[in-house]
Design a protein around this ligand. Structure first.
Ligand code: TYD
Length: 253
């Protein structure tokens, strides 16, 4: 039997060649990493949850006219995506101070920001994904001014969508990270939301209790990560209450 070709392996996902040109298969692993991979573990069921949650958010974005790379979910751990050229920047949107913003600027965690704030980090593990200024991005050619304007507009639309969806199920969207890619249609370039949108790359706090329902549970050893992600999925109606236990997915191929 022919073995499919692995195109890329990252910390939480693997990309394989897709069935048609211009497509890829994105496989969600159970590996969890934090602090630039200094903290590592395998958390059974995490990949299944992130695959389902990312499908839910990407489908929702596509439906409201925010273009994404997502085509369809294939099985418990895999989804078909459009291949795109990833812009080497992590785009972070913050609504409430937390994490590195609180550390860097001394703003207490949990303080609501006067407006959504967008930050860019250079995707470079060797450098620890440093925060960069728009000046750096343009000067070093990581993205053009037009790309930057489009990325900011896209990030704010994703933020509005995600804040609304989360608010509806009693969750505060504190911050999140997205990656953006370029796809070519003839001579024209279009930007799309790529990678994944899941509790691995968001901060999600219960509106009433401030309980953390995101990767900080792993980063800060606050309990079971799969319980937290399952709670998010359950509230969003993504995992039916009577679905099979997540630790033992049966449809993986
Ligand atoms: P940030 O507070 O800058 O960093 P950290 O998570 O290390 O405290 O992160 C802001 C949000 O962006 C948070 O929800 C996590 C997400 N994020 C990632 O998913 N990957 C990354 O490489 C970075 C820098 C942030």
């Amino acid at each position: 039997m022919a073995r499919r070709k692995k195109v890329y392996e990252g910390k939480a996902k693997i990309l394989y060649e897709g069935p048609e040109p211009g497509t890829l298969v994105q496989y969600f692993k159970d590996d969890a990493t934090a602090f630039n991979a200094e903290k590592k573990d395998v958390i059974e069921g995490k990949g299944v949850l992130n695959n389902r949650l990312s499908e839910f958010f990407m489908n929702g974005l596509n439906a409201v006219g925010v273009p994404t790379h997502f085509l369809k979910r294939l099985n418990m751990r895999e989804q078909l995506i459009r291949s795109c050229e990833i812009i080497p920047l992590e785009v972070i949107v913050r609504n409430v101070a937390a994490g590195t913003m609180s550390k860097r600027l001394g703003i207490p965690e949990g303080e609501r920001l006067p407006r959504p704030i967008i930050e860019f980090c250079l995707k470079d593990d060797n450098l620890g994904d440093p925060l960069v200024a728009e000046e750096h991005i343009i000067a070093f050619g990581w993205a053009s001014q037009q790309d930057l304007d489009d990325m900011i507009a896209l990030a704010l639309r994703v933020n509005d969508f995600m804040c609304g969806v989360m608010y509806g199920v009693g969750i505060r969207l504190v911050d999140f990270k997205i990656e953006i890619g370029r796809v070519w249609e003839g001579d024209f370039q279009r930007l799309v939301i790529a990678d994944e949108i899941s509790p691995d790359s968001c901060r999600l706090w219960d509106i009433e209790t401030n309980e953390k329902l995101d990767k900080d549970v792993f980063r800060r050893d606050l309990g079971s990560l799969t319980d937290a992600y399952t709670e998010v999925a359950r509230r969003l109606g993504v995992m039916p209450a009577n679905s099979a236990p997540l630790g033992k997915p049966t449809l993986v191929n």
